[in-house]
Design a protein around this ligand. Structure first.
Ligand SMILES: [Zn+2]
Length: 266
């Protein structure tokens, strides 16, 4: 009986949520509320900060903070505060979590060679959050990975059930050891939204193709960590080249109104 009730609860939720639309008009199944996702994001970020070495290099922190702040300042929602942490690790990786958390690994700075390329990555990561892709991922994991346990999900008070699964679904697979990659549609959506966001922030969108080409070349046999959770596809560079031209006017307008340059001080 209990199982049946859970199944019914899930079906009614699915019915209620299937009508969600992503910012580019894609249908989305979202089983969690924004408040639940923010809670999950915050808990996961705290876990990251406990388990990983945080960079205390003031120059690196200032540089990454400068780029991240300009990107998030260009978001329509000005009320959200964003926490930015640099992790001291050779991983070529970065992520953003619901609730306003950004993590950048120092290894990324070897692949993203300047402020514009770093802004490509951060715009892309923030776009995943904005479009609620982690909600989609966690919802999918909930439906496929753990069956009809929705009623038993305890976020917060009772501890996070299936904590590793949720962290993997948030894109933190490298930490917990298994990977739930974003889908191709989610990747394209994050490219579109991310490039527009960084251009609005006054970063040169033409860095998009360069960054993803650098990324494809980097990281040895296994490739960079970022590509394991954010799979690339073979039309990506072509799509990006077209997008770059589309958002150039946003970049030029931002430049004309004056933006500060983010640079690593020597
Ligand atoms: Zn991605």
């Amino acid at each position: 009986m209990k199982k049946l009730l859970s199944a019914l609860a899930l079906l009614s939720l699915l019915g209620g949520c299937a009508t969600h639309q992503s910012p580019t008009g894609r249908g989305q199944t979202l089983l969690f509320s924004p408040a639940e996702m923010n809670q999950l994001g915050a808990a996961s970020f705290e876990e990251m900060k406990k388990q990983q070495k945080i960079s205390k290099d003031s120059k690196v922190n200032a540089y990454v903070g400068c780029v991240a702040n300009r990107v998030t300042a260009a978001l329509p929602d000005k009320s959200q505060r964003w926490e930015v942490v640099v992790f001291d690790s050779p991983q070529v990786n970065a992520f953003a979590l619901p609730g306003g958390h950004i993590g950048v690994y120092t290894g990324l700075l070897k692949v993203a060679e300047n402020q514009d390329q770093l802004a490509v990555v951060l715009g892309h990561e923030v776009a995943h959050v904005l479009a609620q892709h982690s909600n989609e991922q966690v919802s999918r994991a909930q439906m496929t990975g753990t069956g009809l346990q929705l009623a038993n999900v305890a976020l917060g008070a009772g501890g996070i059930a299936n904590r590793d699964l949720y962290m993997a679904a948030l894109g933190l697979g490298a930490l917990v050891g298994y990977i739930l990659p974003f889908g191709r549609e989610q990747e394209s959506e994050a490219d579109v939204m991310g490039l527009e966001l960084m251009a609005r922030a006054g970063f040169d969108p033409r860095a998009g193709t360069v960054l993803w080409q650098n990324m494809a070349k980097a990281g040895g046999a296994q490739g960079p960590e970022l590509l394991s959770t954010h799979p690339s596809h073979n039309t990506r560079i072509r799509d990006l080249a077209r997008l770059e031209q589309q958002v150039m006017p946003l970049y030029e307008a931002a430049r004309a109104s004056g933006v500060k340059t983010c640079q690593m001080t020597k």
